[in-house]
Unconditional design. Structure first.
Length: 51
């Protein structure tokens, strides 16, 4: 099951086009896009804004 690294939500929508490949978080308090190659479970790799 997919889990958003930003909010922990489990509702996501796959999105793919010529430039983007990843998941769009459908949680009402998040809505962020998570690229497939940049997903990380290690918080040290997140931007300060992601915390």
């Amino acid at each position: 099951m997919w889990t958003c690294p930003y909010c922990g939500g489990t509702h996501g929508l796959p999105f793919h086009d010529e430039q983007l490949d990843g998941m769009l978080c459908l949680s009402s308090d998040c809505g962020r896009f998570v690229e497939e190659h940049s997903t990380s479970d290690d918080p040290r790799e997140w931007d300060a804004m992601d915390m």
